[in-house]
Write a protein that binds this ligand. Structure first.
Ligand code: ASP
Ligand code: MG
Length: 420
């Protein structure tokens, strides 16, 4: 049994969706689950729509709704040749459902509203793709991922209830896939009280891993618009090369520190069941791509450079001359956890504690104002966090030459620099 995941770029328009048909046709004899993301930039547009709805900004709301609808209508028109296909009605009905939801007054937290609205992107795309594949002779069944992926109530970053999820996928979904190809959605799950919960931006890779875990799949393939995992972002590093094989820990580290090609949460569920992950190009499906996990010949010796921009360095010191040790540290960590701010790097000394985080304006401002109640805070913004493995002194010089170095941290294999 295999799990395929097609992300936003691989379903960004009718032409891209045709690639899915070509690829899944080749695997039509296999037991296959296909996980799809929202089309193109739909999730970004739905985020804006959720915000406009929450702020009672009717003009923006209507404009965005119409744009999202027109985009999908256009894709359907280009894909579905049968003018009587019930998919036209299905999608129309989904838009009516969303439109009616938007007519009611916003109720509950912004994060809850966000999940109820933004999740439509994956429902639209999966409906359209499933219908198109069926029309193209690739028989498949559409299924709602929310039946199987059960989470807690953390809106926008649902925590998976692994036991329930694994048993639902194994007992209910597996037998269906054994009979027929199934198309489902990435990014979404459901809480026990039946609310839609999203798994965090770019979470469809994670969905594929959750399903593979529950299905005990033979492999997961993430189909991308690039050849595989590169050792650096080719837009930033001219000499970037493709990595053929990576270990699970290396892939986790690369994803965690900003290689956007795989969602960081994807690897561990796969690693726990030894399921290989392939990253392949949907444009050139016969090319090898990258394999994570099982290969005997790993590319571990090749230097990798992961860059995260828009970093904020926060230096925290006490107002009452106390040292920054256990008591203060646990207070500080609580403030970070309460605000759901993730720390990319940290360093402490007797009198100060420094952390580097992604600068996410509103969230960050709120957290800083809480910290400022008890601590003196200094910040530096617009920094870059570079995470490098297998570095050489020469490379290091090349990367940091002429730039202000704020923090340098070395472990046995990894070097991290915070640069201005
Ligand atoms: N559509 C969601 C997003 O763009 C999930 C995903 O693409 O993986 O964040
Ligand atoms: Mg996406």
């Amino acid at each position: 049994m295999k799990v395929f995941k097609f992300g936003g770029a691989s379903v960004k328009n009718a032409e891209a969706v045709c690639n899915i048909a070509d690829i899944s046709r080749q695997y039509a004899e296999e037991e296959l689950l296909i996980v799809v993301s929202a089309m193109g930039k739909t999730t970004n547009a739905l985020e804006l729509l959720a915000k406009a709805y929450y702020n009672n900004d009717e003009e923006t709301r209507t404009k965005l709704f119409n744009e999202i609808k027109a985009f999908h209508d256009d894709v359907i028109k280009n894909l579905l040749k049968d003018p009587l296909s019930h998919t036209y009605d299905d999608i129309e009905n989904l838009f009516i459902e969303l439109d009616c939801e938007l007519e009611s007054l916003p109720e509950g937290s912004y994060d809850c509203i966000y999940d109820q609205i933004v999740s439509y992107g994956e429902i639209f795309s999966s409906r359209i793709i499933s219908a198109f594949l069926n029309e193209s002779g690739i028989r498949n069944r559409w299924m709602d991922a929310r039946n199987f992926i059960i989470t807690d109530n953390t809106y926008r970053e649902g925590k998976v209830d692994w036991k329930t999820t694994e048993s639902l996928i194994g007992n209910k979904l597996r037998p269906i896939i054994k009979k027929q190809m199934v198309i489902t959605q990435g990014f979404i799950g459901k809480s026990k009280d039946n609310h839609t919960i999203t798994l965090g931006r770019e979470g469809s890779d994670y969905t594929a891993a959750i399903f593979a875990f529950g299905l005990k799949a033979d492999s997961v393939t993430i189909w991308k618009d690039v050849a595989g995992v590169m050792n650096a972002d080719p837009k930033k590093f001219a000499d970037a090369i493709k990595l053929n094989a990576l270990s699970y820990p290396k892939a986790i580290e690369m994803a965690y520190y900003g290689a956007t090609i795989i969602h960081p949460k994807t690897i561990q569920p796969l690693q726990s069941k030894n399921i290989p992950l392939y990253v392949k190009s949907f444009v050139n499906p016969s090319e090898k791509g990258t394999v994570v996990g099982v290969s005997k010949q790993m590319d571990e010796h090749i230097p990798t450079f992961i860059s995260k921009s828009n970093q904020l360095l926060i230096s925290i010191s006490s107002k009452d001359f106390s040292f920054i040790v256990e008591d203060n540290l646990s207070n500080i960590f609580l403030v970070f956890a309460r605000n759901k701010v993730k720390i990319n790097l940290m360093q402490n000394s007797a009198i100060s504690f420094s952390v580097c985080i992604d600068n996410e304006d509103e969230k960050t401002d709120k957290m800083l104002s809480e910290l400022e109640l008890d601590y003196n805070i200094k910040t530096n913004s617009e920094l870059q966090l570079l995470t490098i493995t297998n570095h050489t002194e020469e490379l290091l010089k090349q990367l940091s030459d002429g730039r202000k170095l704020y923090i340098e941290q070395k472990t046995r294999n990894t070097l991290q620099l915070v640069l201005g």
